[in-house]
Design a protein around this ligand. Sequence first.
Ligand code: AMP
Ligand code: GLY
Length: 416
Amino acid sequence: MKVLVIGGGAREHALCRSLSLDPDVTALHCAPGNAGIAEVAELHPVDALDGAAVARLATGLEAELVVVGPEAPLVAGVADAVRAAGIPCFGPSEEAALLEGSKAFAKDVMAAAGVPTARSYVCTTHEEIDEALDAFGAPYVVKDDGLAAGKGVVVTDDVEQARAHARSCDRVVIEEYLDGPEVSLFAITDGTTVLPLTPAQDFKRALDDDQGPNTGGMGAYSPLPWADPKLVDEVMASVLQPTVDELRRRGTPFQGLLYAGLAITSRGVRVIEFNARFGDPETQVVLARLRTPLARVLLHAANGTLDSEPPLTWHDDAAVTVVVASHNYPDTPRTGDPIEGLDEVAAKDAPHAYVLHAGTRRDGDAVVSAGGRVLSVTATGKDLAEARERAYAAVGRIRLDGSHHRTDIARKAAGE
Ligand code: AMP
Ligand code: GLY
């Protein structure tokens, strides 16, 4: 199978790594990719938001499957353009991707499908904002309605900060605060059949002990030793299947990766958000544990034949990923700094630990930073403690001026 992956972050590197290890994959392309993906796939320049350009590239490469990684191209309808060119594509349509593209739309789908989520108000005026903030009280949860790369959400006890963020959005969702640990559960779906992946937890705040601003994600681990073993079945029945069924009923079936961000509250599981694509950095640990070869599953989802696929199988190993971010991330990050130590990780830590590139590019012989999240250092081990130790040993070999990372990824779950 000839596969083209669209995107160029650590998620796409994780996808390309898994696909490159899959014997069904005869050719692997990625556009635009990054310096790390170049080691496992052939890179092509493309404007990932330009559906016609992506479809042209896929046609030229005779791709038999296109996988669209990030949310922005999905929300821009790139998967539709690829399908219109007659090529199977893993990724939801523009209409179904609204599940991520608009928090208000997601709330509407959940209400119709009876999916448990935080109570919320959608506000567009100052009066509505003040009423909603009053109604819920602190802590305030204020969400920009549109796509904001994980940075549109403010959770704060400070009503002035909550109000200021709400007023800076065209349309804003203000909702009830959900207490309890967060879990990310992904499912692969063809619009009817739903195959759940294994749960993971990510770390959204920039600094240790969940301090600092929200980010796109600073690390992740899987499995979750503290979670109820029935969690996946419960979320399948109460969240994933009803959501997929509701979108199909509306005539906009969701085909691709459905990401449920969940809070495990004292009153039960609640959806915090949906995403319409693999989550980053959870994908890095989930795919590290996936035993089933990936390409065939994604193709079945793209073709509407997922019911012929047996349940996914998993390694017993645990996985941990630690994100190395550039100076000043998540504010305007500094880029162009050389990254050293990548060869040492490859020589000393492989195959248990490896570096997935997020924002990197080649500059002559050097690999330099090219984004806020630069690398996602991933490791496996017999348990979370061993995976953690290996991940941080590898992180310790990497030199990137001004970079920062969290030191507490999976620490509590590992019992340390
Ligand atoms: P989102 O972009 O919706 O995932 O929100 C980013 C982060 O904000 C989540 O991972 C949570 O940590 C936090 N958050 C979002 N909604 C809520 C909520 N209703 N209650 C508590 N925390 C929330
Ligand atoms: N890990 C959070 C996200 O992908 O949005």
